[in-house]
Design a protein around this ligand. Structure first.
Ligand SMILES: *Cc1c(COP(=O)(O)O)cnc(C)c1O
Length: 372
């Protein structure tokens, strides 16, 4: 089945009790036993499993071409579960430009628990190989990266990880399963902040893991999901599940608009550099062309002159909203260096845009007047 059809139908069956086409939201935390104490539907207690979360997980797995999916309360809860499945003394190789929460989690929370990590430029395969040790159990990939949209070759990194006896996990939040298929390229696990494009409306926080195989790793993560308790509410599951139904069509709109905005910015005299893998001039273009079907809705650009003129642009936008996050229908703009704080590696003139679903001419006219 094609992804548009999967997105609409996966995890959806008319409710057997009522015929409801839109799935009910089951708020019950507990489930009744029969006289012989059996559980007729397999549900016991909502934290370990419940019908609304199960429906969402049933949609997530085929969407990424995986065998099993686990839903979490946030992208970070999903990420933390992956790292918690490792043991003290194990080692993780992660991108130097990983989502800042991922890097902070490894350094501030997991290092004191004995999980070692090295941060490398994932676009440099030799650097990845040099960082591997006999204790490396996991190589974390995030592509395109935040906020510079660096593109990592998933297939090659997965190969290097496997040769070293490590798993490869890919944060596919920015590309979505519509544009990039990490499991087919060799990754073992895909992580999503469903807060972003999968939810798609800036109104739900969530995360997910999708595994290629329903084996030992899945069992371990399922146990961390239930015992760690970082699980989403029934309403949150329902919102993400609903968001997924329109994901393919929303992504088309995001990509169409972002490609036009990137081309407009690339030709603008006050723009020093545009980071968008869809531009032929982008250093990540050739790898992106191979592993992505399109280039996504995120565009970063550097304003000539650094922080002050960049902040000026942010202050003048009218259609774009000044806010963090991404993946909703509304276009957002953010000065990343201010958000990331004093130890940021982000260039001071860089602005990150989540290109939304407004008419593209309104977005371009807004940036044009803000850059003037
Ligand atoms: C937002 C985001 C996360 C974290 O997700 P939360 O739902 O905010 O916890 C992780 N990775 C990427 C690429 C993100 O954009």
């Amino acid at each position: 089945m094609r992804i548009e059809t999967l997105a609409v139908h996966a995890g959806h069956v008319p409710d057997p009790a009522t015929g409801a086409v839109s799935p009910p939201i089951y708020l019950s935390t507990t489930f009744a036993r029969e006289e012989d104490l059996s559980l007729p539907h397999g549900f016991l207690y909502a934290r370990s499993d419940n019908p609304t979360r199960r429906a969402l997980e049933a949609a997530l797995a085929p969407l990424e071409g995986g065998a099993v999916a686990l839903a979490f309360a946030s992208g970070m809860a999903a990420t933390a579960a992956v790292f918690q499945s490792l043991a003290p003394g194990d080692h993780v190789v992660a991108p130097a430009d990983a989502y800042h929460g991922t890097g902070k989690l490894l350094k501030e929370v997991l290092a004191p628990w004995g999980l070692a990590s090295s941060f490398v430029d994932m676009t440099d395969l030799a650097a990845v190989e040099r960082a591997l040790t006999s204790r490396t159990r996991l190589v974390w990939v995030e592509t395109p990266s935040n906020p510079a949209l660096a593109v990592t070759d998933i297939a090659r990194v997965a190969e290097v990880a496997h040769a070293a006896g490590a798993r490869c996990v890919c944060d596919n939040t920015w590309a979505t399963p519509l544009l990039q298929r990490p499991l087919a390229l060799g990754a073992d696990i895909v992580m999503h902040a469903t807060t972003k494009y999968l939810g798609g409306h800036s109104d739900v926080t969530g995360g997910a893991l999708v595994l290629k195989e329903d084996g030992e790793a899945a069992a371990r993560l399922r146990s961390i999901q239930a015992l760690g308790g970082g699980v989403p509410s029934a309403f949150d599951c329902w919102l993400v599940h609903r968001g997924i139904r329109t994901l393919p069509h929303r992504m088309r709109g995001h990509c169409d608009n972002a490609e036009s905005v990137a081309r407009f910015l690339a030709d603008h005299p006050k723009v020093q550099m545009v980071h968008y893998p869809g531009l032929e001039s982008d250093p990540g273009h050739s790898v992106a062309k191979r592993q992505m079907s399109r280039y996504g809705g995120m565009v970063s650009f550097q304003v000539d002159g650094g922080a002050a003129p960049a902040l000026g642009v942010v202050s003048r936008v009218r259609v774009f909203t000044r806010a963090t996050s991404l993946g909703g229908p509304e276009s957002l703009i953010e000065h990343r260096a201010s958000v990331e704080g004093p130890d940021t590696r982000t260039p001071p003139g860089l602005l990150r845009c989540s290109i939304g679903l407004e008419h593209v001419d309104d977005l371009i006219e807004d940036l044009d007047q803000a850059l003037a």
